[in-house]
Structures are given as structure tokens and as C-alpha cells.
Design a binder for this molecule. Structure first.
Ligand code: ADP
Ligand code: NI
Length: 225
């Protein structure tokens, strides 16, 4: 009986979180919009099935709120996302422990933060982080990357500008290289950063697809096909 009541409450909370995210991201760039969040939310649930003991409310809220205010679209402000999410969850009377665990996901999910060592990893963070990384890979990853490059008015490719290996978060954030370089600077590195068993498995095909895509791209670029 208790469980049924909780589940009903959770469903109402998830539904109002979805509305909040859709509203907040109404004018977002196409690779960081509600549909990115939707895919990460669905994939997080798939990944969570293969893991033990994840708190599903934390996973779902973390997935839904993880990109509520990405710093790169807010003048580099890395606190605004947690602030918005925290205010929202408090307004829905969510208990403090759940809020803290959701905020931990929002604050630590980003690729750029993987340059700094983290002691805040949790199973829920691992799940949402793998889902977010998978959405940067494969066919969706290709689409998102060129959408972002277009949004930033970047070149598609420039043979004179070689991909860089970024050693710091600042260097990564300040990069203005052509869009193809992003595959070498980030996307092809993601496969080995997966931490859940389902995430590792799903990453294999998405990685292979990007390799095939890049081979085709360069063959066409060089007039071979
Ligand atoms: P994170 O929040 O994990 O640091 P980002 O938001 O930077 O990740 O990246 C999400 C997606 O946005 C990338 O996978 C890519 O598709 C696109 N993107 C971000 N930065 C770039 C870039 N410099 N060039 C092309 N695409 C980018
Ligand atoms: Ni994301």
C-alpha cells in the first residue's frame, strides 16, 4: 500500500519535472534541448535495469534535470543549473536527501569536469553520466555535434587545423576548432569512460558507427569516392 502511494507521488513529481524541463529548455540549441533530455532519461532507465540498487527516483530526476542550465549557454556560470533544480525540487517538497543526490549528478556529470578527479561518484551518477555520454556518440552524436558546430558557426573541417589533446578543463572549454576535430578531442574517447555494464555494451556499436562515419567522411573529402 505504502509503495503504491509513493509510486503515485513519484509519477506526479516526474510529470511536473518534465513540464518544468520542457518550459525551461524551450529555446535551447537542438543538441541540448528537451529531446536530448528525453533520450538521456529513457536510456538511464534502460541502463539502470542492469545495475543493482540504484534509486530510480534519483536516476530519473537526475536525468531530467542534468542539463537544465548548461554553463556554456549561461556565460560559464556553473552554479545556475543546480540552483534552478534545487529551487524547483524544494517547491515540490522533495526530501533533502533526494535533492542532494540529484544535485550531485547535475554538478558532476559533465565531460569537462572529468579532467578533475571526483570523489562524488554514485551508482545514480554513473548511470546518468553513461546515458549522457552515449547520447554524444553514434548517429545521434554525429547529428548533435554538427548542430552545435553550426550553432557556433564553426568550419565543418579544416585539414590545416589538427585535433588537440586537451589536458585541462580550461583548454577544452576554450577550444574553437572545426567540428570534425571534436570527434578526436572528445567523442572517440567516451567508449573507455563508460562505468556501467550496459553503458559499456551500448558504447561499442555507437563507437564503431562513428569510426565508420569518419572513414567515409575523409574518403569523400579526399575525392576517393
Ligand atoms: P559536457 O556537458 O559533458 O561537457 P557538452 O555539452 O560539451 O558535454 O557536449 C555535448 C554535445 O554537444 C557534444 O557531444 C557535441 O555533440 C556537442 N558539442 C559540445 N562542444 C562541441 C564542440 N566544441 N564542437 C562540436 N560539438 C560540440
Ligand atoms: Ni546532457
Amino acid at each position: 500500500m505504502m509503495d503504491i502511494t509513493n509510486n503515485k507521488l513519484d509519477t506526479a513529481l516526474i510529470d511536473s519535472t518534465i513540464d518544468f524541463v520542457k518550459q525551461t529548455l524551450a529555446h535551447a540549441e537542438g543538441g541540448h534541448d528537451w529531446w536530448h533530455v528525453y533520450r538521456v532519461w529513457k536510456l538511464s532507465k534502460t541502463i539502470a535495469h542492469g545495475e543493482n540498487e540504484a534509486n530510480m527516483l534519483v536516476v530519473e530526476l537526475g536525468a531530467l534535470l542534468h542539463d537544465i542550465a548548461d554553463a556554456k549557454f549561461h556565460d560559464g556560470d556553473e552554479t545556475i543549473g543546480s540552483k534552478l533544480a534545487s529551487d524547483f525540487l524544494k517547491s515540490k517538497q522533495v526530501e533533502k536527501d533526494i535533492i542532494d543526490r540529484v544535485l550531485n549528478i547535475i554538478q558532476n556529470i559533465s565531460f569537462k569536469n572529468s579532467f578533475e578527479s571526483s570523489t562524488t561518484q554514485s551508482i545514480e551518477l554513473n548511470i546518468v553520466q553513461d546515458a549522457d555520454r552515449l547520447d554524444a556518440m553514434g548517429a545521434i552524436g554525429v547529428a548533435r555535434t554538427f548542430n552545435y558546430g553550426g550553432f557556433k558557426n564553426r568550419e565543418i573541417y579544416n585539414p590545416n587545423i589538427k585535433p588537440e589533446t586537451f589536458l585541462t578543463k580550461e583548454a577544452y572549454k576554450n577550444s574553437i576548432t572545426p567540428t570534425i576535430n571534436h570527434f578526436y578531442e572528445k567523442l572517440l574517447l567516451l567508449k573507455d569512460k563508460m562505468t556501467t555494464s550496459t553503458g559499456k555494451q551500448l558504447a561499442i556499436q555507437r563507437h564503431r558507427f562513428m569510426e565508420t562515419y569518419l572513414k567515409e567522411f575523409f574518403d569523400e573529402w579526399n575525392g576517393k569516392r
